[in-house]
Ligand binder design. Sequence first.
Ligand code: NDP
Length: 231
Amino acid sequence: MARSVLVTGGNRGIGLAIARELAAAGDAVAVTYRSGEPPEGLFGVRCDVTSTADVEAAFDKVEAEQGPVEVVVSNAGITKDTLLAMMKEETFTEVVDANLTGAYRVAKRAIRPMMRLKRGRIVLISSVIAMLGQAGQANYAASKAGLIGFARSLAREYGSRGITVNVVAPGFVATDMTADLDTEAIVKNIPLGRQASPQEVARVVRFLASDDASYITGAVIPVDGGLGMGH
Ligand code: NDP
């Protein structure tokens, strides 16, 4: 039977690529979308991950449509870049609320049904910036580094229940999020000398969600063309 999968922020960018990759592998895939329209061919539920009520309602709808969620990918994320000296408190807390507390809300709602199933896969989308830091992204880096400690704690709490929790740390991926960045300057520091496509991240998530990754938990898998090597 097809597994029930939920990808947050699955209406565009990396999240959409993950959703399509898992759907192509035979899973029943639902995506959350915050704005616009749900992508064609996927079950879409409107959800802002900064709202606990939204997250709970989204899971309720997905469970009613395709059964208890066995694979959850926490992908929704934002940037609000500025140097610390200029950073207002809400610019820090809004990014942490979406990227880190959002992952908490999603994992928290997912975990009990997974415990009942005695299996589950949780994949959190972090970033190479979690390890490297980045001028102008102290809020983002803090939120993405927080995901690692969060995931590893869950890996310890729920490993005995057959639930794996892993982190994917993409480097520089061609999406709306990076559209305004100076590509030429950034790729100079990337050993593979180019940006990733969203599909290159999606394939790694598909692997982590598959039976082939049955003995991997608490891992941070870089998908960064070598940008973060050594961290
Ligand atoms: P995009 O900006 O293309 O897409 C972001 C997605 O997250 C959208 O679907 C957006 O929904 C959703 N989202 C943002 N905030 C919320 C919220 N509060 N509630 C629900 N959904 C929300 O980004 P990417 O595809 O590039 O990024 C996806 C993930 O990958 C992010 O976590 C990002 O930090 C991470 N990442 C990206 C890298 C890159 O180079 N692109 C590198 C490393 C990590 P909506 O369409 O409604 O705005």
